[in-house]
Design a protein around this ligand. Sequence first.
Ligand SMILES: Cc1cc2nc3c(=O)[nH]c(=O)nc-3n(C[C@H](O)[C@H](O)[C@H](O)COP(=O)(O)OP(=O)(O)OC[C@H]3O[C@@H](n4cnc5c(N)ncnc54)[C@H](O)[C@@H]3O)c2cc1C
Length: 429
Amino acid sequence: MAWDFETDPEYQKKLDWVAEFVRTEVEPLDLIYPNPYDRRHPEIRALMKPLQQKVKDQQLWACHLGPELGGPGYGQLKLALLNEVLGTSMWAPLVFGCQAPDSGNAEILAHFGTPEQQAKYLRPLLDGEIGSCYAMTEPTGGSDPTAFRTRAVRDGDEWVINGEKWFNSAAEFATFHIVMAVTDPEAPPHQRLSMFIVPADAPGLEIVKNFTVPGFSEHEGHLRFTDVRVPADALLGTEGLGFIVAQTRLGGGRVHHAMRTVALVRKAFDMMCERAVSRPMRKGVLGGLQMTQEKIADSWIEMEQFRLLVLRTAWRIDKEQDYLKVRHDIAAIKVAMPKVMHDIAQRAMHLHGAIGVSTDLPFTDMMTYAQIMAIADGPTEVHKITLAREVLKAYAPGDPVYPSGYRPALVEEARQLVAERLEHTIANL
Ligand SMILES: Cc1cc2nc3c(=O)[nH]c(=O)nc-3n(C[C@H](O)[C@H](O)[C@H](O)COP(=O)(O)OP(=O)(O)OC[C@H]3O[C@@H](n4cnc5c(N)ncnc54)[C@H](O)[C@@H]3O)c2cc1C
């Protein structure tokens, strides 16, 4: 029997250390520097480095990676429990070396990068020395890979890239971009695309705009590529492999967002409960009213359901070691995440009255964040389709007219069974 809902005591000690460290040393920095992605900012750098060293001393640096890449190789379940703490702070993922989009980009480089690409980009990325950007979405479309227009054309020993990408997180502070481009427009949709590593200072690459999204610390870059030339060895993996590389990255990214969202949901819930037991009413406190109690009960159930689904998904990734086998679990938490976040943040906001809708409390940001989670890494609709398709694969077609639960047919079967049993019993008397 291996169904166990407890954290092993050794790891729990580490989590307790993390909770105290994040609360006292990391979270206060969010209030002063809300966008910690600028590694060149002298104050951010000076504050970040000693904190990162403390994390490394605790063997908690880059927990999403194995020892060969400088992480402890804890796996996704332990990472999920860690992210439940880190998710409340914008600085914390950077202090622990597991921030998006770098964590996903590091996974791609680890899986598909050549030794030269790994030495040049992966090593300094893992050491927290440089930042990276993932450039897939385009103004013409993000959910549908056939909508991508950015082209990479081979010219001698080089590739020439032209096109536009947007909503590329932390582009302004990236040293390099991982760029998805069409290399063979005539190939089947999933073989048209390839991935390239493009240095941020490549001639012809410009940032047209940095979008600000409430509830998100980093800006989202709009990039334009005009005859950007990269050497032939800038290709990641092989030509036409872009879609597969993207799936490797996005599977992990979605799970990590869900893990961090558990932390934010818990924060909204804790604030709601604190308010309920504190706010005096004509009689007693807010939490004494049944309608408040209903909000708390509904929120607790939704939060715990979501958390368990996230933890089980993380556990399944560790077990299967293959994101494709866990596709529908990942799609399910991707769909659940925005709804749970939105509903609990909305209730918490409402119970706080006027101060709840102000920017001094985090609820309006949380509600926008919920909408972002319903879009980033693919919209809810697409993940519902993935989930339903995967689930339906397990079912064989039955009678097209009478459903398998049709009672008269079942009663007839049961009668026959009973008759056979009785006959057998009588024969053996
Ligand atoms: C904060 C933030 C950070 C992001 N970071 C990055 C990043 O770092 N790198 C990157 O490349 N991208 C990033 N994105 C982009 C994100 O991945 C895309 O926004 C997402 O894939 C959706 O693409 P789209 O915006 O083009 O919307 P569209 O694809 O145009 O979809 C719009 C809407 O159409 C509907 N729809 C679409 N497809 C279907 C379907 N098959 N069935 C039913 N309805 C459908 C849905 O309602 C959907 O919400 C980020 C986005 C945000 C908001």
